[in-house]
Design a protein around this ligand. Structure first.
Ligand SMILES: NC(=O)C1=CN([C@@H]2O[C@H](COP(=O)(O)OP(=O)(O)OC[C@H]3O[C@@H](n4cnc5c(N)ncnc54)[C@H](OP(=O)(O)O)[C@@H]3O)[C@@H](O)[C@H]2O)C=CC1
Ligand SMILES: CC(=O)[C@@H](O)[C@H](O)COP(=O)(O)O
Ligand SMILES: [Mn+2]
Length: 402
């Protein structure tokens, strides 16, 4: 809400029952005069969504799963919330004429269509779902321009980079690093839970060890991605699209403390960094209120108690998935769509105990090698490529189990 507007802005949260979704609701609760929850969208977690309905009284809820929607309908009878199900209903709600802001925080490829629906309706879109951009980079960014949507990065690194960019880049008035005096993006990553683990023991990593991120509390899929550093690879591709730059303009830096959330290096030697607690409520609040600032409930940094900050280069022997993602970024859209799909399947298989931790890389690499790679120019081609990569990944996993 700008100071001049008196009505609260209407917000849809895609992925409300997840880690980003619940943090978004926490920030909204602290700023109720500015934001109203118009609709919640989730997969199948009826208990969490029911509590959210009681607290926020949204007009609509959409569950992916019709069984979950039906059991929610029974629990909310008597309340004013209407419960629907399915992807089309998610898209309709994301594009609803009464909506101002859409938080995109469904995990994985399932987030693409509702996010694109919000973009096509010209909404202010807060993008946490990095997989959308990895799957469909140019198509996605072209639609943002074509439909006059406002895209604000929520992924902590991209939010940091955005904050460190000149205002002309933030507003899309000037693009290209040279005219803005930018040398490169320094994309920081913690290295995850296995930064210092004996590399020969990585194949024995358990699910509990892999999801135990040292600094951030997040959903399971992104936590495993952080452990393999595929997360940083996906973020490398995400940065290329968000900031309209080339792979050589981005350098990954390991910063295990996760206090600097990324940096922009300028041609005059200056480096501008954004710092803060490892708490997603900061970038979420920034996105909601941009260009203003609001309370996020995050405690200020206390420099008198802070430990050393360290920085190193990533070791690709430890993190082969990071190298694979950077290679895919150079290869083009088919490669990144394929890699994203393969990785979703292999990470799910790891979480279900079907494959080992290092098999995630093996499956991803084999799917990428088996695929015909080029540019993809339509959403149909993107969806076909995604499905094909999932089929190959599932066959490889089934073959391993035999
Ligand atoms: N967590 C974090 O700190 C960060 C997350 N991100 C990104 O944000 C996104 C969300 O991450 P995170 O919150 O950690 O993930 P979670 O696993 O915690 O939450 C995922 C959400 O997506 C919902 N969901 C899953 N499948 C579907 C579907 N088919 N249709 C509708 N909703 C679905 C889940 O619903 P349900 O549980 O009800 O099934 C849940 O609400 C990811 O893309 C991640 O990479 C980016 C930066 C930081
Ligand atoms: C909070 C966030 O943005 C995550 O993507 C985070 O960056 C994960 O930590 P890693 O740096 O270990 O991947
Ligand atoms: Mn991140």
């Amino acid at each position: 809400m700008s100071i001049a507007t008196l009505q609260p802005e209407q917000v849809v949260i895609l992925g409300s029952s997840g880690s980003i979704g619940t943090s978004t609701l926490d920030v909204i609760s602290r700023n109720q005069s500015r934001y109203n929850v118009f609709a919640l969208v989730a997969g199948k977690n009826v208990d969490v969504v029911y509590q959210q309905i009681v607290l926020h009284s949204p007009k609509y809820v959409v569950m992916n799963d019709e069984c979950a929607a039906q059991s929610l309908r029974e629990r909310v009878s008597g309340l004013k919330t209407e419960v629907m199900s399915g992807t089309q209903a998610m898209c309709d709600i994301a594009a609803h004429s009464e909506v101002d802001i859409v938080m995109s925080a469904i995990v994985g490829a399932a987030g693409l269509l509702p996010t694109l629906a919000a973009v096509e309706a010209g909404k202010k879109v807060l993008l946490a779902n990095k997989e959308s951009l990895v799957m469909s980079g140019k198509i996605f960014m072209d639609k943002v321009k074509q439909h006059g949507a406002t895209l604000l990065p929520i992924d902590s690194e991209h939010n940091a980079i955005f904050q460190c960019m000149p205002r002309d880049m933030q507003q899309g008035i000037t693009t290209g690093f040279s005219p803005l005096g930018i040398h490169k993006i320094l994309l920081t990553g913690s290295g995850g839970p296995f930064l210092n683990r004996d590399i020969n023991t990585l194949s024995q990593v358990t699910v509990a060890e892999a999801v135990a991120h040292p600094n951030w509390s997040m959903g399971q899929k992104i936590s495993v991605d952080s452990a393999t550093m595929m997360n940083k690879g996906l973020e490398f591709i995400e940065a290329k699209w968000l900031f309209d730059c080339q792979p050589d303009d981005i350098e990954v830096v390991i910063h295990p403390q996760s206090m600097i959330h990324s940096m922009v290096q300028y041609q005059d030697g200056s480096v501008i960094a954004q710092m803060g607690q490892p708490d997603m409520r900061t970038p979420i609040a920034y996105g909601l209120a941009y260009p203003e600032r609001i309370d996020a409930g995050v405690k200020p940094l206390d420099f008198s108690t802070m430990k050393d900050f360290t920085f190193t280069k990533p070791d690709y022997n430890r993190y082969p998935n990071l190298q694979l993602a950077i290679e895919a970024c150079r290869l083009g859209q088919a490669a990144t769509t394929t890699l994203n799909a393969a990785n979703e399947v292999s990470v799910a298989a790891f979480l279900q105990g079907k494959i080992g931790f290092m098999d995630i890389y093996k499956i991803n690499e084999q799917v990428l090698t088996a695929s015909a790679l080029g540019e993809l120019t339509s959403l149909d081609e993107i969806m076909d490529m995604d499905q094909q990569a999932r089929r190959v990944a599932n066959e490889l996993i089934a073959g391993q189990a035999r």
